[in-house]
Design a protein around this ligand. Structure first.
Ligand code: FNR
Length: 404
């Protein structure tokens, strides 16, 4: 929350944002440039973006039933507000991996942000740092992970590096070492992408941005990757793209490989893309420090289970295996109340995905900041109006399922 425009930095998120927009609106007649409602935000981004880039962000696997299921699962849950509980001051902070997050929110790792805005990940990272929201830098970022880390300096929130485990072990090792050297606080190992999902929009558009050299900055800047090339990436972009496609993922990975990563890094490792309680338990038993319950926003498996529907059982399994392990959630979070539902069902924090992509496409850093301040205001007021004064107080009693 910024304190450069006359508001007290300690003003709760909800009041702060309400005061900001209502005062501006009533005094000047100006309304927010970046649409407030998610549906309007998405529509505005679609109108502003070229078809390929929009299809890449909005699209999902197959008939996109998983993305719909993610939303249906939220629609099957309702919050149960309580009254007469002092909510004058709220504490939105949470503990994740033994560190304090000012708010229970991180920006999800999103690759190829350069197709949304020229400043790409740098703009999103700046916005996250300005709002004290954690940021997860993607392996497929449009700028090298060190440059993104530089934008995160000064943030009060911890920041993570998301790892796609390359088929070339030297490349994987190098990415992990670089993330550690750049000051990231954890590795978020994405496990649901041993192959790229069948995304009908991208197939129809014949569009894979990596082949155009987009979203591969962490490879072209990587000594181990460059060792694989006959010429510098700048001189031979075709060979570079081909090599990237060849090494991007290691589809042969199994639980036995995790030890290699735990040995390689001193950073905590959180496994992202886990949807079965047994997998979550096995990750934690193997030594992972947490999981992200996620179906990649429906981009990998059509007709997959909704991530939210798997959250309670996974939260139980993880707590049973290691009470200290972190449980994060994404896939379908659109508004503050969605986050409260996920927190009530056992998440320690949530990752925000597509909404910030649309903010970035519309107005760069300012667009992401607008999306974030609206989201945090809504989250804060949803917590307060549900009768809770802290995220700790958002327990299973706060939510009920309407699915018979
Ligand atoms: C993603 N996601 C993703 N995940 C990851 O681990 N590494 C990555 O590079 C990317 N890239 C990426 C690009 C785009 C355009 C999207 C939309 C998503 C998945 C992301 O981290 C998160 O799991 C989903 O965005 C959550 O779904 P919703 O809430 O955005 O629908």
């Amino acid at each position: 929350m910024s304190d450069d425009d006359g508001f007290e930095a300690s003003t709760p998120y909800g009041r702060y944002r309400q005061t900001e927009v209502f005062t501006t609106g009533m005094l000047t007649g100006e309304t927010p440039d970046v649409p407030v409602a998610y549906e309007d935000l998405k529509a505005a981004a679609e109108a502003a973006m070229d078809e390929d880039a929009y299809g890449y962000v909005a699209g999902s696997a197959g008939g996109e039933s998983t993305t719909r299921a993610n939303r249906d699962a939220f629609d099957d849950h309702r919050l149960v507000p309580r009254v007469l509980r002092d909510t004058g001051e709220r504490d939105l902070s949470v503990e994740v991996l033994g560190e304090t997050w000012p708010v229970p929110v991180a920006l999800a790792p999103i690759g190829v942000q350069g197709v949304l805005h020229d400043d790409g990940d740098l703009a999103s990272a700046r916005a996250a740092a300005a709002e004290d929201v954690s940021y997860v830098t993607s392996t497929q970022s449009s700028y090298p992970l060190e440059d993104v880390a530089a934008e995160l300096e000064g943030s009060d929130a911890p920041n993570w590096f998301q790892l796609y485990w390359s088929k070339d072990r030297d490349v994987t090792a190098s990415l992990v070492d670089r993330a550690e050297a750049a000051g990231y606080d954890a590795i978020c190992l994405t496990l649901d992408t041993p192959h790229l999902g069948w995304r009908e929009r991208d197939v129809q558009n014949g569009y894979l941005p990596f082949l155009d050299g987009k979203g591969i900055a962490n490879y072209t800047s990587d000594p181990a990757f460059r060792d694989r090339l006959d010429a510098d990436p700048e001189e031979n972009p075709r060979e570079t793209a081909r090599e990237f496609v060849d090494v991007f993922a290691d589809p042969t990975l199994s639980f036995a490989d995790l030890d290699w990563l735990f040995d390689r890094t001193d950073l905590p490792v959180v496994c992202k893309g886990v949807l079965h309680p047994d997998d979550a338990r096995r990750c934690v038993d193997a030594g992972a420090d947490g999981v992200v319950v996620s179906n990649h926003g429906g981009r990998q498996v059509d007709r997959a289970v909704a991530a939210l529907d798997q959250l309670p059982a996974i939260a139980d399994a993880v707590a049973d295996a290691d009470p200290e392990a972190a449980i994060l959630f994404d896939s379908g979070i659109r508004r503050g109340a969605d986050a409260v539902v996920a927190l009530a069902l056992g998440a320690d924090a949530v990752l925000l995905g597509r909404p910030y992509c649309y903010g970035l496409a519309l107005d760069g850093e300012e667009g992401v900041r607008a999306v974030l301040s609206n989201f945090l205001a809504d989250l804060d007021l949803s917590v307060a109006l549900t009768g809770r004064d802290s995220i700790r107080g958002v327990d299973a009693d706060a939510v009920t399922s309407t699915d018979p």
